[in-house]
Design a protein around this ligand. Structure first.
Ligand SMILES: [Fe+2]
Length: 360
């Protein structure tokens, strides 16, 4: 079993991160510890604003960084506007909309996606690859849901990518920290980061004991968190042997700088009756546990302070996440909004998807 309490100093933890990129240790360390997620505004990205089934003829209101997005359908086709259709257009119009106040919008994977950025740059090629969701939607209602976090969206994602937190915070659902071996790997490019956690002989997740009928005391797990940085979208894909796959789409839309909306989808179509129906609903319990940690944390990151962040050796993905987000923000501050890497390329192999279970 690995000791999570085995903490390294900031310098030691980061030296691993910095060495792997050659991006200057002390400077990178300084940047990571002066992380102010509330100041990050990502432009030129698709955000999953609503489940497709939540958008009909009657407008619903969503927001990205407090910019209103009204969504409705005209002849069945989703539209996104900064104005309610009955509203007199007295406000100044956003530079991110066309002459009618409309944002670029598209529908895929059971979501209505809005483009926040230069309208001419909106292109389906910048839509994240989500290979376990049916491209044309249609998951049953019990596999989707909505939760909210009173915290800045990057804090929520940073919490997610440090998956070792689950052993403590969600032990009653996903199992405790006891395992024979554990490894954490990080893969990244300029637009995404992927963390792979592999454990052997880990305590069986209680939810699988009860709802998948697993009798053995331990299981081997491979859990992947993949974050599309600009879109604030995460894939959380877990393979449990023995056990069921847990394929969760976990978007963290920054409705405001310190409020996050998570319209999740968990595709348990492949699993048995009980697990198929119960597991997606566990998100409500899990998110309350997460919120108990991240909500008090968020205000502490609103300003740059002399706060001393401690990092363990399991934090490399979280530290990398901070660096990559700041890299994009710095590029955008300098007027560079181009994508250097392809987010829509199929990531099935990278996340180790059991493709036979998800043929679309
Ligand atoms: Fe969590």
């Amino acid at each position: 079993m690995l000791e999570v309490a085995d903490r390294l100093s900031d310098n030691e933890a980061l030296s691993g991160v910095a060495a792997s990129t050659g991006s200057g240790g002390p400077a990178a360390l300084n940047a990571i510890n002066h992380w102010v997620p509330h100041n990050l505004v990502m432009r030129d990205a698709w955000f999953p604003l609503a489940h497709a089934t939540g958008v009909g003829k009657k407008p619903v209101r969503r927001a990205i960084y407090s910019h209103p997005f009204f969504l409705w359908r005209e002849d069945g086709v989703a539209v996104a506007s900064e104005f309610h259709p009955n509203e007199k257009q007295s406000r100044a119009s956003s530079p991110f909309t066309d002459a009618r106040g409309r944002y670029p919008v598209m529908e895929r994977y059971g979501y209505v996606w809005g483009w926040f950025g230069q309208p001419e740059s909106a292109d389906p090629v910048h839509l994240p690859s989500l290979p376990f969701l049916p491209p044309n939607g249609g998951l049953p209602g019990h596999m989707i849901g909505t939760v909210r976090f009173d915290c800045s969206a990057p804090i929520s994602l940073e919490n997610l990518i440090d998956l070792t937190h689950a052993d403590f915070l969600h032990a009653n659902i996903t199992g405790d920290e006891k395992s024979e071996s554990e490894s954490i790997e990080t893969f990244f490019d300029s637009e995404s980061i992927t963390m792979v956690r592999t454990c052997t002989g880990k305590s069986v997740a209680p939810v699988m004991k009860f709802f998948s009928g697993i009798k053995q005391p331990t299981q081997n797990i491979r859990q992947v968190i993949r974050i599309y940085l600009r879109s604030h979208c995460a894939i959380a894909y877990g393979r449990f042997t023995p056990g069921d796959d847990v394929p969760l789409f976990h978007p963290c839309v920054p409705e405001t700088r310190d409020r996050t909306r998570l319209d999740y989808a968990m595709n348990t179509s492949h699993a048995g009756l009980l697990f198929r129906h119960v597991m997606p609903k566990a998100s409500y319990m899990v998110s309350r546990q997460d919120s108990s940690m991240t909500s008090p944390q968020s205000p502490r990151y609103m300003r740059d302070t002399n706060r001393k962040d401690l990092h363990s050796r399991f934090d490399a993905p979280g530290q990398r996440y901070r660096m990559l987000m700041m890299d994009i923000a710095n590029r955008q501050d300098a007027g560079d909004f181009a994508y250097r890497d392809d987010v829509s390329a199929d990531c099935s192999d990278l996340i180790g998807l059991r493709k036979e279970l998800f043929r679309y």
